[in-house]
Design a protein around this ligand. Structure first.
Ligand SMILES: [Zn+2]
Length: 284
């Protein structure tokens, strides 16, 4: 299927209250595995890429590879740039034909974030590119927040004004989730999701999806978070599957067999998330 706009995937999932995984890829094998899992489960999918990976591979190569690989699977797929504070990188990705970007200006003051996000939205929308906005930095568990209440730091009315005035297509709120691995049970601020839904119903994004329970995913999706980011778990599966294969096959030197074994593990992992999120069978 040809690549589809992020807005189309978000709207269908938001209206029908299911979640779409945004899976961070780092190379050909991971991109192939994510798209293959989507085809197997007939699920729409978001292929997500970090700025670090863009710096290694280049925005154009990733886009060309994505277009070719997404074209081979019969499901809607879209290409998204994860946390990007650098407007030059955003411009590169937009110029290369990406579908969506997260402009992460959460380190700026509220006023500067608002002003710059407005500009990025205006620029991106001229090219049909969606923008995810972020006000409060999503914590990493290493910041000591992941197993505690990582609640909102910006007053609700300011968050709502940010969503409305910038014109962002989706919003990543601070709701107690964190990047990395949780040390304890995260305390999720479900109320914040419902409050934002009531005041400014825009699709919300869950960062730090790795390690959340099925119940947590279901409750968040029900309240209004159609985009769910999964990165850490894929990194773990990727590294572990290379390690296991090489340990179990010390005299095997066929790289395609190694990569095939790695892909198989990644596919199983991604498919299980798609089933939990309820995106299975939604590829139209
Ligand atoms: Zn994130």
């Amino acid at each position: 299927m040809p690549v589809v706009p992020m807005q189309q995937i978000l709207k269908h999932a938001f209206d029908n209250r299911y979640g779409v995984g945004a899976f961070n890829i780092v190379d050909w094998v991971t991109m192939d595995a994510v798209l293959y899992a989507a085809a197997e489960t007939k699920s729409p999918v978001i292929v997500q890429v970090s700025v670090k990976t863009v710096k290694v591979m280049g925005a154009r190569l990733i886009r060309v590879m994505f277009e070719e690989m997404a074209g081979r699977v019969p499901v809607p797929a879209t290409l998204h740039l994860d946390h990007c504070p650098d407007r030059k990188v955003i411009e590169e990705c937009v110029a290369a034909g990406w579908n969506s970007v997260l402009f992460d200006a959460s380190k700026l003051t509220y006023e500067d974030n608002m002003a710059q996000t407005k500009e990025v939205v205006q620029f991106a929308h001229q090219h049909g590119v969606a923008v995810e906005g972020e006000l409060e930095a999503v914590k990493g568990v290493e910041d000591g927040i992941g197993d505690e209440y990582g609640g909102a730091v910006v007053a609700l009315d300011k968050a709502v004004a940010f969503i409305r005035e910038t014109g962002i297509d989706s919003f990543a709120p601070a709701i107690g989730t964190a990047h990395g691995l949780y040390k304890g049970k995260p305390k999720i601020n479900y109320q914040r999701v419902s409050e934002i839904m009531e005041a400014a119903p825009v699709p919300l994004v869950v960062h730090g999806g790795t390690g959340l329970s099925e119940e947590t995913f279901h409750e968040l999706i029900r309240r209004g978070t159609p985009k769910i980011n999964i990165s850490t778990q894929l990194k773990i599966t990727l590294a572990d599957s290379y390690r296991t294969y090489l340990e179990e096959h010390p005299t095997e030197y066929d790289p395609l067999k190694l990569l095939g074994a790695v892909k198989k593990k990644l596919v199983a992992q991604v498919e299980s998330f798609m089933r939990i999120f309820g995106s299975e069978g939604h590829a139209a």
